[in-house]
Design a protein around this ligand. Structure first.
Ligand code: SAT
Ligand code: MN
Length: 604
């Protein structure tokens, strides 16, 4: 029972004192059968994936090299926002949008959950780095987990292993990230393919820059480098250090004149970020390359411009709806193998399938719950939040500068949500503060990426509602400050987009996908000063002829509807925004009330 007898604790491949002490403390608490230091090698991947196959967690795909089909427990399929906590010392620092508990109280609850929770299992020590390890200040983390699925997925999603541990030296700072599925095994007890617990906690301790997660094996709850570190903890670091940690894709756009622009875009989970990041323009001469599909860390360079970096190393994309016509580059990425597919369907010839991959479903499948499935079945074959986990380096349109530690200079930031009404296809903010107002009031219909009702309109500021690691009012203030402290002429311009507006019959007004390149073109032409815009109460909207719709099967009336600023719809939005802002009390920067007054005034 004592630490010295836990195999793997001695002869650790590091002399990093704080790391060693923490691993020892957690091993003593959780009592795993052994501790394994993850080296990130191919041999290790082979061993762990074999083990997952033997355990029934993974099925090796015949049709894709080095790839696996995996079904989770049906109760463990999405982020659990009601079980996610920001345990700041002061409750006010968590703010009205986060769950809060006193850090000491949370630690005592979770310490009891952690006590003995790795019995019968292995504790893996995963040294990782978010962003390139060559960075001036590499952003280290170490995840402890008792899940082989997590180790394998972390190897795809982040830079992990011996070279990271080595770069951590003896004393480099790191974020301790503790994870357990919360399913200890008694001697002789058989394991299940997807161990997890009915009790779940996803907890951030912002002052300590520490993460504790318990009970879930699902991506955003368990791959702690992703949302927990790169958004919740990093947003706190960014507030304190004067940068931005955002839920944004990063893309490179090259115009027919060979001018290069980098664009960052924030959308809530499961609103097409991966599709936009990998878009194939339908308009001739334009080219998109990918740098990231989910998270952007943005810092100001010496030249006063804002530079963005993708801290991740893989793609964790929503599978349903990803197909050869909607996102061929994602299909080409997964075709190369080395991927894990969770909660999709398995074909009879050892491949994967999901709704929207092809027009015609296969005649027979094994669905994500392991049942026979045919096109006549009542339920979809794949869970709506099923995911592909695949190396970003396999993306055929990856921009070569994707891993430049200095990042890429951002010219435009897009905010977007999923709204049936009200929000036009694209609106340009008048200035930075107006852009911050757009971000702060961003709204979207909920998706399957989190548990709970789907399709309900909620405010999702900056697409960061579940990811801001501190008081959202202070976060808006941080954005306002960022604008104040930098040269306005060098700040990215801000745009609000909505691909999801519908007509009276419920049909989408805009075709979306590759056609969104037309909106990107208008954005670039605004940057270059060549596209016209109409000044409306809500900002600058394309004039009827400034948006390139040539060759599109849309009547001028439909284009008009996609771009319309409907005064009544906006008047109905104002009280909702007021109510939203009132939540933040005196934490809300006064500029946000000013912007609301301007909007009301302009609506008349
Ligand atoms: O659920 S994840 O955090 O893994 C992905 C997402 O919601 O964007
Ligand atoms: Mn996301």
């Amino acid at each position: 029972m004592t630490s010295v007898t836990t195999p793997g604790l001695e002869n650790a491949p590091t002399t990093h004192a704080r790391l060693l002490a923490w691993v020892q403390e957690m091993a003593e608490l959780t009592t795993p059968d052994r501790v394994v230091w993850v080296d990130g090698s191919d041999e290790e991947w082979e061993r762990l994936t074999e083990q997952l196959v033997a355990a029934g967690t993974f099925t090796r795909l015949e049709a894709k090299p080095n790839s696996f089909w995996c079904a989770s427990d049906p109760s463990d399929v999405a982020r659990v926002e009601d079980r996610t906590f920001i345990c700041s010392v002061d409750e006010a620092d968590a703010g009205p949008t986060n769950n809060w508990m006193d850090p000491n109280e949370m630690k005592s609850i979770m310490t009891e959950l952690y006590r003995g929770c790795m019995r019968g299992r292995t504790m893996y020590v995963i040294p990782f780095c978010m962003g390139p390890v060559e960075a001036e200040n590499p952003m280290f983390g170490v995840e402890l987990t008792d899940s082989e699925y997590v180790v394998v997925s972390m190897r795809v999603m982040a830079r992990i292993g011996s070279h990271i541990l080595e770069a951590m030296g003896t004393d480099r700072p790191f974020v301790p990230a503790m994870h357990s599925v919360g399913a200890p095994l008694e001697p002789g007890q058989a394991d299940v393919p997807w161990p997890c617990s009915a009790t779940k906690y996803i907890v951030q301790f912002p002052e300590e820059r520490m993460i504790w997660s318990y009970g879930s094996g699902y991506g955003g709850n368990a791959l702690l480098g992703k949302k927990c570190y790169s958004l919740r903890i990093a947003s706190v670091m960014a507030r304190d250090e004067g940068w931005l940690a955002e839920h944004m894709l990063i893309l490179k756009l090259t115009s027919p004149q060979q001018k290069v622009y980098y664009i960052a875009a924030a959308f809530p989970s499961a609103c097409g970020k991966t599709n936009l990041a990998m878009l194939e323009p339908t308009i001739p001469g334009w080219k998109v390359e990918t740098l990231g599909d989910d998270i952007a860390w943005m810092r100001f360079g010496e030249d006063g411009r804002l530079y963005a970096l993708n801290p991740e190393y893989g793609l964790f994309g929503v599978a349903p709806g990803t197909g050869w016509d909607t996102n061929p580059n994602a299909m080409r990425t997964i075709e190369k193998g080395n991927s894990v597919f969770t909660n999709v369907a398995l074909t009879d010839d050892g491949d994967i399938w999901w709704e929207g991959m092809t027009d015609e479903p296969p005649a027979h499948l094994t669905d994500w719950k392991g049942r026979d499935w045919t096109p006549e079945s009542d339920e979809p074959s794949s869970h709506p939040n099923s995911r592909f986990c695949t190396p970003i380096t396999q993306c055929p349109i990856l921009a070569p500068e994707y891993d430049d530690p200095k990042g890429v200079p951002i010219s435009a930031i897009l905010f977007g949500g999923r709204r049936k009404t009200t929000i036009p296809l694209v609106t340009e903010a008048r200035d930075w503060n107006h852009g911050v107002f757009m971000g702060a009031t961003l709204s979207s219909e909920t998706t399957a990426a989190a548990t709970g009702a789907v399709g309900v309109v909620r405010r999702d500021p900056f697409a960061m509602l579940p990811f801001i690691g501190y008081n959202a009012g202070d976060y808006f203030g941080h954005w306002v400050e960022t604008g104040k402290q930098h040269d306005a002429t060098k700040l990215p311009r801000i745009f609000y987009v909505n691909w999801f507006r519908r007509d009276e019959d419920g049909g989408f007004l805009w075709p979306g996908f590759g056609e969104n390149s037309r909106v990107l073109k208008w954005v670039v032409e605004r940057l270059e000063g060549s596209a016209a815009a109409e000044e409306t109460p809500i900002g600058h909207v394309p004039t009827a002829d400034s948006l390139d719709v040539s060759g599109l099967d849309m009547t001028p009336e439909q284009v008009g509807k996609a771009l319309a600023v409907d005064r009544d719809e906006w008047l109905a939005e104002v009280p909702q925004i007021t109510e939203w802002f009132e939540k933040f009390g005196d934490k809300l920067p006064s500029t946000m009330w000013d912007e609301l007054e301007i909007l009301k005034h302009r609506l008349g």
